[in-house]
Design a protein around this ligand. Structure first.
Ligand code: SAM
Length: 319
């Protein structure tokens, strides 16, 4: 793709976002790139606090879907601001994965209009030209160009944080398949804590993250300009790292969703996966729900035998 596949698109919030015509999808729709990058990805992952934990070993961030670089630049800015405020953050090592670097060229061309890339054009240009930028202030930023699902098999780095931001499960199914989500879980350091943030709140995404081995919770309650839409999903290898873990009530709703599985899940695997999900250690911390009354038991919410999605009204599709 080249940068003619991209255009600026004004959001209801007033923010300008980058639209990809080939996928017919907008990066950071609604709230816009900078607000979503800072509120959901940077704050949602607790990046500042993690950078301030004592030690000199770099915090490794996998930025999956560099796109127009809003998420990665928000992480760079977080690191810069900690230093400006006199803190001594750990070094930040970003590994960005991207199949199509044209969106970064577009962000450089439109830096004035977009706002957030302004002042970072040289940094982005160097990343594109050399594939790597190293600064004396502790930033190491590497670019892996190509298909993430292949690149990750040879990736030597291990991650502490993952910003997972491909296009939607509908437009980009390979990236949201259970096999890719399992690969993301394998990116953690040995016995290490890993946090993953994504915008998707789809039942299939959350079920896939649980099945891959993560504990899973809600993202921030809302993000400015994002309306009432729930803001994303946080997954973690440690339950204690989740502020709002999903509860058994979520599992009960999942059973009735029309699209409960990650894309590309074979129907033959549903029964076994359903059992594994019901046995996930995430639910063990919650007290057993009381038995439903005979009247409640007749309600479809309690009738799980028909399989996920049976006899339920249509719901709007979630990203
Ligand atoms: C929603 S955009 C990312 C927005 C970006 N994080 C930002 O902050 O501007 C999704 C990006 O994922 C990339 N992508 C999709 N599938 C990919 C794959 N299999 N491997 C690598 N990159 C991929 C797309 O090219 C696109 O640039």
């Amino acid at each position: 793709m080249n940068s003619t596949h991209y255009r600026l698109q004004r959001q209801k919030s007033g923010a300008l976002a980058v639209h990809n015509a080939a996928y017919a999808e907008t990066m950071h729709p609604g709230a816009g790139p900078w607000v979503e990058a800072t509120s959901l990805y940077v704050q949602g992952s607790g990046l500042a606090a993690q950078l301030c934990t004592p030690g000199d070993d770099p915090l490794v961030l996998f930025d999956v879907g560099l796109g127009a670089a809003a998420n990665a630049l928000a992480a760079v800015t977080c690191h810069d601001e900690l230093r400006r405020r006199g803190k001594r953050p750990r070094p930040l090592h970003i590994v960005s994965f991207e199949a199509d670097p044209a969106a970064v060229h577009f962000a450089i061309e439109e830096a004035e209009a977009l706002g957030y890339p302004r002042g970072h054009e040289a940094l982005l240009g160097e990343l594109l030209a050399a594939g790597c930028v190293e600064r004396e202030d502790g930033l190491l930023w590497e670019l892996r160009l190509g298909d993430f699902t292949r690149l990750i098999r040879e990736e030597p780095a291990r991650a502490d944080v993952i910003f997972f931001d491909p296009f939607s499960p509908r437009a980009n199914p390979d990236m949201w398949s259970l096999s890719t989500l399992e690969t993301l879980y394998q990116c953690r350091r040995r016995a290490g804590r890993l946090r993953l943030v994504t915008y998707s709140t789809a039942y299939g995404t959350r079920a896939g993250l649980l099945l891959a081995g993560f504990f899973v919770g809600e993202g921030p309650q809302s993000i400015p300009g994002g309306g009432t839409r729930r803001a994303g999903t946080i997954a973690a290898t440690w339950l204690a790292d989740l502020e709002r873990p999903l509860t058994p009530a979520w599992l009960a709703r999942w059973r009735h969703d029309r699209e409960p599985w990650p894309p590309k899940t074979s129907a033959a695997a549903h029964r076994e996966l359903r059992e594994r999900l019901a046995e996930h250690p995430q639910w063990a911390q919650f007290p057993e729900p009381p038995e439903p009354s005979p009247r409640q038991a007749r309600h479809p919410r309690f009738q799980t035998g028909g399989g996920a999605g049976a006899q339920r009204p249509r719901r709007p599709r979630r990203r």
